[in-house]
Ligand binder design. Sequence first.
Ligand code: ADP
Ligand code: MN
Ligand code: MN
Ligand code: MN
Length: 428
Amino acid sequence: MAQILAPSMQWQMRMPKYSNIASPMTTKMWSSLLMKQNKKGTNRSSAKFRVLALKSEDSTVNRLEDLLNLDITPYTDKIIAEYIWIGGTGIDMRSKSKPVEHPSELPKWNYDGSSTGQAPGEDSEVILYPQAIFKDPFRGGNNILVICDTYTPAGEPIPTNKRHRAAEIFSNSKVSAEVPWFGIEQEYTLLQQNVKWPLGWPVGAYPGPQGPYYCGAGADKSFGRDIADAHYKACLYAGINISGTNGEVMPGQWEYQVGPSVGIDAGDHIWCSRYLLERITEQAGVVLSLDPKPIEGDWNGAGCHTNYSTKSMREEGGYETIKKAILNLSLRHKEHISAYGEGNERRLTGKHETASIDSFSWGVANRGCSIRVGRETEKQGKGYLEDRRPASNMDPYVVTSLLAETTILWEPTLEAEALAAQKLALNV
Ligand code: ADP
Ligand code: MN
Ligand code: MN
Ligand code: MN
């Protein structure tokens, strides 16, 4: 049973004028649709719209869609802003909408933090600060999506607000002078809604082993392409710096890349792209999982490889800076691992194109290392590095700012540096 909004009598009379209605309603159909006439004594004007039930097997009028597509610009100068923020788990996304005058005049707003696990009931207000604006591909027009971060009423960032600290690091003059670029490869898994088992997999059983699925095509190899493609277009429309998509090694798993983006933008763009993916999978009746190892056993996990470079790395002789960055990263392996996503120990096993979580390694073109340097970067003597450790559910604000901090701001002792250089065969 689908629900439709039935118009007042006045509207019903005008119905046939609407050319996009597939089959005009007969009087008989209407009388079967109208559940109840106005009870006597009710105010006529309060019953302009009634929600009615309708069987929609034979493509009856989908008037909800008409309403969703209504052009409201002739009637209001306001636009709809969807305020988006990160909830209490640090990975769930929440949003609510309000009309605003103009994108340049976005007010702060608040929400009930006790309902998102972010504030106690007796002092529940969390304040949303608008930080980044994207176009809204769902509402279209001039409507917008607004990525926000979250504060107490006293103006302190709440614990799940990782953007605040990241923005501080990226505005450090030493960091901004290095114009840090990030290219993030977001992997994700699509699950069947009711059984929470990957899309395309037989329920309660497994598909054939991995091999034919990566970048594959065909009904027995590619599951969920419409979602990946719809998401790609939605990102482009929104203004997200998306740079590609591909089907992954595990069937039902996909990847898209965002970047290179500079500094804090990388985090804003990834979070907005994740929000779009939640909305699109919601519409498709498919569940999005960012679990780093959704299926145990001989199945690839899901990561969020973070490709990174600084100005010095991109310039002539940049390979020396890349090696020094790898050296610093090796000395802070534990700190990075603890900030790279929940459950990552299930993924970083040393198998399935990962390095073991317990040891740091690097290599040229080696996908079994913590850090991979591309052949092209080695050949050119400049370029970027790929940190393969972050999990699909990592917070991009945390990962990008920590990379910048460790490689631009942090300095090891000379002794530690010498030891690490020897161990990793890095002569810097
Ligand atoms: P992989 O071969 O690991 O699958 P992808 O092609 O999926 O690599 O992703 C590589 C990412 O690296 C892209 O998002 C790309 O924009 C990004 N990238 C390219 N050059 C740089 C650079 N100099 N600094 C940071 N990121 C970069
Ligand atoms: Mn990739
Ligand atoms: Mn991948
Ligand atoms: Mn990669």
